[in-house]
Design a binder for this molecule. Structure first.
Ligand SMILES: C[S@@+](CC[C@H](N)C(=O)[O-])C[C@H]1O[C@@H](n2cnc3c(N)ncnc32)[C@H](O)[C@@H]1O
Length: 433
């Protein structure tokens, strides 16, 4: 217990200091290869859970200490201890005992009395303390920063608590069957044989009832299947792909949608990403799935650095965004982001949209996607683009659950925004059939 608590509270402290949780945990696994997979799983669960419920945990802690704690390791240790006591089935006396002993390891022996008192007082009055934390503020109730709550309320006044609560749920796991290596039916048989319960979703998606590591999926290494949220699986069918088309995936890494496009049709695909390390993930994914594309590290918006002047028939712009629609997969992100980031990200999205529009062939289609539930990165972005771009028209999304293109997160899928834009041909010109 003590090792798990030590690493989980160090990970939470890193997030509180502005570091991403996934980078922190990746570094931790590298530094401590001796940690068994069970211990890693426990550290990860506690670190993610503490981030998910940080707003509520702070509301509880503030009732148990007279003033905010100045000592960062003690603060993080208490938040983790409260999370373990309130949200996990860990034996309560073991949580307290280990936290008290950990103070000595952390060089804060003087905090032992405080840690002991706070955690024991929580055990005595947990229901009341939780209720008060939730009643005292919206941050305590929803466990998001206030600016995030305000944005969601403005955007979705009738559904705001539903959207916020969905962002705190444990994410579902869905997979995409690779039609180049089998069929949905044949893969379902493999799952049945392996005793993996699942349900069919639209298209080639299946929901796995109990999430498990991807490598435990039958045929994963041989490329029969990929893990991908079903909300992300709308992109390839919406692109209306035909064999032989020239397709650009402008922001491709880690390659989930790139691979789906290539599994759907025989197209010539150029996949760009400005992050070379992330582009390596695209390479690995395509290799596993037996797919091919031209990959390049580039800023998609700097056309002179990568574009040869040949127009694309289809463009997928899965733009960098706040990732507010997938916050349940990255609960640290709500504490790391700042309100002012949203305008900056929206400006970057419009820069990319405007630049890439020039590379689209007349009659071609560009699919704009974000995993956001903030309108600035979604509907408002498209309204602004269409008002400035005379040769652009928004076209309906076929077989998509919502006409406005906005998927809000729920028990089936994450939050995404989709808009399909067509480039009008110049007046008097006809396209070849
Ligand atoms: C939402 S992710 C893409 C997810 C990917 N399409 C998938 O389905 O797996 C956005 C990606 O855009 C990349 N990116 C951000 N700014 C970029 C730019 N100016 N040019 C190219 N790629 C960019 C990021 O490195 C990141 O990998």
């Amino acid at each position: 217990m003590i090792e798990i608590q030590r690493h989980a509270s160090a990970a939470l402290m890193a997030v509180l200091r502005g570091r991403s949780l996934s980078h922190t945990l990746t570094a931790l696994w590298q530094e401590h290869p001796e940690l068994a997979s069970q211990a890693r799983g426990a550290i990860q669960d506690i670190a993610y859970g503490s981030c998910r419920w940080l707003g509520t945990l702070r509301g509880v802690l503030s009732q148990l200490v007279r003033k905010p704690l100045q000592d960062a390791p003690v603060d993080a240790l208490l938040l983790v201890g409260l999370y373990q006591l309130g949200w996990t089935g860990a034996p309560k006396h073991a949580v307290v005992d280990s936290a008290v002993r950990l103070c000595a390891h952390l060089g804060v022996r003087s905090a032992q009395g405080l840690v002991n008192a706070v955690l024991r007082n929580y055990i005595r009055a947990s229901a009341r303390l939780l209720e008060q934390a939730r009643a005292a503020s919206e941050v305590g109730r929803f466990s998001y920063p206030q600016w995030w709550i305000d944005r969601i309320r403005r955007a979705w006044p009738d559904r705001f608590s539903e959207v916020l609560d969905a962002g705190n749920a444990h994410p579902p796991m869905s997979v995409r069957v690779n039609l180049r290596r089998g069929s949905v039916e044949s893969y379902r048989r493999r799952l049945h044989e392996a005793g993996i319960a699942h349900t069919p979703l639209p298209g080639v998606a299946l929901r796995i009832s109990r999430p498990l590591p991807a490598t435990r999926l039958p045929g994963f290494a041989e490329g029969l299947v990929s893990v991908q949220d079903v909300g992300a699986q709308y992109a390839a069918p919406l692109l209306d792909l035909q064999a032989g088309q020239r397709v650009l995936d402008a922001c491709a890494a880690p390659g989930g949608k790139t691979a789906h496009v290539l599994e759907t049709a025989e197209v010539d695909l150029v996949a760009l990403d400005r992050d070379s390390e992330r582009l390596e993930r695209v390479r690995e994914n395509l290799a596993r799935l037996g797919l091919r594309a031209v990959l390049a590290v580039a800023d998609a918006g700097a056309l002179s650095s990568w574009w040869d002047g040949a127009h694309f028939d289809r463009i997928l712009l899965d733009a960098p965004c706040s990732a507010s629609g997938v916050v349940r997969r990255h609960p640290d992100s709500k504490w790391l982001r700042r309100d002012e980031d949203i305008a900056r990200l929206a400006a970057e999205q419009s820069r990319l949209l405007e630049a890439l529009w020039q590379t689209l062939a007349p009659g071609g289609k560009l699919l704009f996607v974000t995993c956001s539930v903030f309108p600035e990165e979604a509907s408002a972005q498209i309204v602004a683009f269409l008002s400035a771009q005379r040769d652009a028209a928004r076209v309906p999304l076929h077989n998509f659950p919502r006409a406005d293109g906005q998927l809000l997160p729920d028990e089936e899928h994450d939050g995404f925004f989709y808009a399909l834009l067509e480039k009008r041909t110049p007046r008097g010109h006809k396209l070849d059939a």
